[in-house]
Design a protein around this ligand. Structure first.
Ligand SMILES: [Zn+2]
Length: 240
């Protein structure tokens, strides 16, 4: 029963009979960990308060033999994102990120890139960057980090670079000349956005202006790619 210490971001926190809490944390060293926090569900519990969603915490926990859930012994807040958590739009955005991470990252697997991605997204929103842009940033990066983002620059047939349409098998694009089915467009705005986000942190998103139409197109494309790679429709993913 080795005791482990780690830091991480609380993704989910569910009260059990007003006594305990079941908490899902994206930790730095051990990826997604799920554990029970005894007594954290009680009214006015300081332990419970540190386990609110989106809190950045340092925590101590151990594994119980034969049990799926860890036991979270103590937790302290390193940085609370309480203010942004109260905004329903932001809260929903991060719920979507939490659900997607659970789909794409296997439990207990250290994933430094996704951890940094989540932390940077949280920090960006806390300095006033709009959640819609951060969510787009997060989704494209999550696909890239999982090795699931196809080449959206080069036509699969003639290898020419430029605008085109997503292939029906969603593994690349066909240019205007080669495409037989033209449903989901991959235009220059998308390429520009991708080039920008793969070079810059999300707190720089203010420098990148996106129109509502562009945003909708990028969202449609990334949601199609996500749905193609997971088996079930995430509860939080609303498709337009
Ligand atoms: Zn072509």
């Amino acid at each position: 029963m080795p005791i482990k210490e780690d830091e991480g971001i609380v993704l989910r926190s569910i009260e059990i009979k007003e006594i305990d809490k079941i908490v899902t944390i994206f930790s730095k060293e051990h990826g997604i960990v799920k554990g029970v926090a005894k007594g954290a569900g009680k009214f006015h519990s300081r332990f419970g308060a540190s386990l609110e969603p989106l809190s950045y915490i340092r925590f101590i926990y151990y594994e119980k033999e034969g049990k799926e859930l860890f036991v979270i012994k103590t937790a302290e807040i390193v940085k609370s994102f309480f203010e942004i958590q109260k905004d329903i739009k932001i809260f929903n955005g991060f719920s979507q990120m939490a659900e997607l991470m659970e789909e794409f990252v296997p439990p207990k697997a250290r994933d430094e890139i996704v951890f940094r991605l989540l932390k940077a997204s949280l920090e960006a929103v806390s300095i006033g960057i709009e959640i819609e842009g951060v969510l787009l940033y997060f989704k494209y990066w999550l696909l890239k980090a999982s090795g699931l983002l196809p080449n959206l620059k080069k036509c699969k047939v003639c290898k020419r670079e430029g605008e085109g349409y997503l292939s029906p098998s969603m593994d690349g694009i066909y240019c205007r000349e080669c495409a037989k089915i033209k449903t989901i467009e991959v235009n220059e705005d998308i390429s520009r956005f991708l080039a920008f986000i793969f070079k810059n942190p999300p707190c720089k998103l203010k420098e990148f202006q996106l129109s509502e139409t562009e945003k909708t197109k990028m969202e449609q494309l990334v949601n199609e790619l996500i749905l193609h790679n997971i088996e079930k429709l995430p509860k939080t993913l609303s498709l337009k």
